[in-house]
Design a protein around this ligand. Structure first.
Ligand code: AKG
Length: 265
């Protein structure tokens, strides 16, 4: 890989293809939303009591609106709960951000317009997935999110959609970033499910930082910025020292050059 980072002010099909093909490690789009919109979004969020911790990781200092596939952990009952909760996410976020455009929809629309074959909500086994989440890293969460890899294959490996996927991109649109902490680190490394087990540390599938090389990129996101990277590349988020770190997030699944990208959380 001769270029780690693409920095632009618009999403572009050829840059997305480079990310999918591992020719770049991350794409930064700034500004994706302007300061007035970003501040308006934050005002709407203040005092919201809709955030909850991950159901399977209650001690991780992160709150989210919208359930993630990660929480289903290959469990059929949790998967049904995931489908049910996913049906409501757009409505909840529409209401929360009204009268402004829901930033999750803004992100997915811009992405779909820039990818030649468009974008659409992902389905798993014929059922609509949760389209995305709004996530807050707690202030004073000094651990952040340790190094890890996200793949649909790990969360729910038995479905056709998981077996046929060729790349999974993580998209994060940042609404608030702490002055201190909150960096996103990305490694030019991705381990298979079997390989990564030797690096596990603690209760979750986090990787032991002391056993892997230093990250290839350490990015300090900006409020209003969109960052995309391959979620099967090892990545981590540094703790948020002085305020909550808030972002809209979803994955985009690549199923081939002539296919639409499919989004979910
Ligand atoms: O919030 C970020 O910068 C990245 C979050 C993350 O770890 C992920 O999308 O899996």
């Amino acid at each position: 890989m001769n270029k780690l980072l693409v920095e632009k002010d618009r999403l572009d099909h050829s840059d997305l293809q480079k990310l999918v093909d591992k020719e770049v490690l991350a794409i930064r789009i700034h500004p994706f939303i302007d300061t007035a919109d970003q501040e308006a979004y934050l005002q709407n969020l203040a005092d919201s009591n809709l955030f909850q911790r991950y159901s399977c990781a209650q001690d991780v200092g992160v709150h989210r609106i919208g359930m993630t596939l990660f929480e289903t952990q290959n469990d059929p009952q949790m998967l049904e709960a995931y489908f049910r909760s996913g049906e409501q996410t757009y409505q909840i976020l529409d209401r929360l951000f009204a009268p402004y455009t829901n930033p999750l929809k803004k992100l997915q629309q811009a992405f779909s317009e820039s990818w030649a074959n468009g974008g659409q909500l992902a389905y798993l086994n014929g059922k609509a997935m949760n389209p995305g989440i709004l996530r807050k890293f707690d202030r004073g969460n000094f651990d952040g999110l340790p190094p890890h890899q996200d793949t649909i294959f790990k969360d729910q490996g038995s479905f056709e959609e998981s077996k046929c996927i060729r790349a999974q991109l993580a998209a994060n649109l940042y609404l608030q970033i702490p002055e201190r902490g909150g960096e996103l680190e990305i490694w030019n490394l991705s381990f298979s499910k079997e390989e990564e087990k030797q690096y596990y540390v603690g209760k979750y599938d986090f990787l032991d930082r002391s056993k892997i090389p230093p990250p290839s990129l350490r990015l300090k996101p900006k409020a209003g910025e969109l960052i995309l990277f391959r979620s099967d590349n090892v990545h981590s988020v540094r703790g948020s020292i002085d305020c909550e770190r808030i972002a809209i997030s979803c994955f985009f699944g690549y199923y081939g050059q002539n296919q639409p990208m499919r989004y979910w959380a």
